[in-house]
Design a protein around this ligand. Structure first.
Ligand SMILES: *[C@@H]1O[C@H](CO)[C@@H](O)[C@H](O)[C@H]1NC(C)=O
Ligand SMILES: *[C@@H]1O[C@H](CO)[C@@H](O)[C@H](O)[C@H]1NC(C)=O
Length: 276
C-alpha cells in the first residue's frame, strides 16, 4: 500500500524540488556575489576612512604638541601646569633649530606660532647671523689726507685721518701708492688744492696713475687748471674721480705738475678709493 504511493508521493516532490533548488541556488549565487562586492566596497571605504583618520590623528597630535608648547610658554615663571615643560620646550627648540638649518626663511613661520617669549630667540639668532655676514663683508675703502712735503715729489704722499677709513686688510699704503688686494671695480678719487702763480702760464695738472712696475705707468685721470691771478697765491682745487677695473695687487698714485704749490689745509687735499 505504501509502496505504490511512495514513488508517487516522492515523484512530485522530486519533480518540484529541482526548479526550486535552481531558483534557490540562483538567488544564493546572486546574494553571495552581491555580498562579496559589498564587502569589498566596504573594505575599500573603511581603508580610505582609516587613512583619513590617521591623518586627522597625526594632525591632532601636532596640535596637542603645539598647545603644550604654548601652555608651557604661558606658564613659564608661574609653574602652574603639570606638564613636563622643560622637555616639551627643549623638543620644540630642537625642532626649531632643525627647521632653521633646513630653511632659514622658516623663521617668520616659527615667529608666528612660538608665542611671545621664545620667538625672540630665533629672531635674535637671525640678526646675529646678519651681523656676522656684515662683519665679514667689511667695506673696502680708504680715504687719506695730503701729507705735507717741502721738497718736490713725483708721487704725492698721504696720511690717515681720524674719520677717513683705511681698511689695511684689503688696501695697503706704501710711498704714496694705494695697493688693492682684491681684483674688482674701484672708484678712485682725489682732490688737490693749490696756489696759482701769476707768472706761470703752464696749467697746474692733477694726475691719477696706475702704477705698473714692469712698464710705463698708465694714466687714469687728469685734471687741469690754467687760472691766472695777480696775487701771489690764489687758492683753487681740482677734483677728479672715476671707476676702474683693477687687478689683484694693482697700485694707484697721484702726482701733480708742481708739488710745492699744493695746499695741505685740513680737508683741501685728499686721495681715496673704494670697492664697488
Ligand atoms: C707723474 O707720474 C708719471 C708716471 O709715473 C710720470 O711720467 C710723470 O713724470 C710724473 N710727473 C711729475 C711732475 O713728477
Ligand atoms: C693702517 O695703515 C696705516 C698706514 O700704513 C697706519 O697709519 C694705520 O694705523 C693702520 N690702521 C690700522 C687700523 O691698522
Amino acid at each position: 500500500m505504501n509502496e505504490p504511493y511512495s514513488p508517487a508521493t516522492s515523484r512530485p516532490i522530486s519533480s518540484t524540488s529541482p526548479s526550486t533548488m535552481k531558483m534557490f541556488m540562483g538567488f544564493l549565487a546572486v546574494f553571495i556575489v552581491a555580498q562579496t562586492i559589498g564587502t569589498v566596497l566596504f573594505c575599500l571605504y573603511l581603508h580610505m576612512k582609516m587613512d583619513k583618520m590617521e591623518e586627522v590623528l597625526s594632525l591632532n597630535e601636532d596640535y596637542i604638541f603645539l598647545r603644550k608648547v604654548q601652555k608651557c610658554q604661558m606658564a613659564e615663571g608661574q609653574k602652574s601646569t603639570l606638564l613636563d615643560c622643560e622637555k616639551i620646550l627643549k623638543g620644540f627648540q630642537d625642532l626649531q633649530c632643525k627647521l632653521m638649518k633646513m630653511n632659514p626663511k622658516l623663521n617668520l613661520w616659527l615667529f608666528g606660532i612660538a608665542g611671545h617669549e621664545h620667538h625672540e630667540h630665533p629672531h635674535l639668532m637671525h640678526k646675529n647671523e646678519m651681523s656676522v655676514a656684515e662683519e665679514k663683508r667689511q667695506p673696502i675703502a680708504a680715504h687719506l689726507a695730503g701729507q705735507k712735503s717741502y721738497k718736490t715729489v713725483s708721487v704725492l704722499e698721504w696720511r690717515t685721518t681720524m674719520y677717513g677709513p683705511m681698511n689695511n686688510n684689503s688696501i695697503s699704503y706704501q710711498e704714496g701708492k694705494l695697493k688693492v688686494k682684491e681684483a674688482g671695480l674701484y672708484y678712485i678719487y682725489s682732490q688737490v688744492s693749490f696756489c696759482t702763480k701769476a707768472a706761470t702760464s703752464a696749467p697746474f695738472t692733477l694726475y691719477i696713475y696706475l702704477y705698473l712696475p714692469m712698464e710705463e705707468d698708465r694714466l687714469l685721470l687728469k685734471g687741469l687748471d690754467t687760472h691766472r691771478t695777480s696775487t701771489a697765491c690764489d687758492l683753487q682745487s681740482i677734483r677728479e674721480g672715476g671707476v676702474f677695473k683693477l687687478r689683484e695687487g694693482d697700485m694707484v698714485f697721484v702726482n701733480v705738475t708742481d708739488s710745492t704749490r699744493v695746499n695741505y689745509n685740513h680737508g683741501s687735499t685728499y686721495f681715496g678709493i673704494f670697492k664697488l
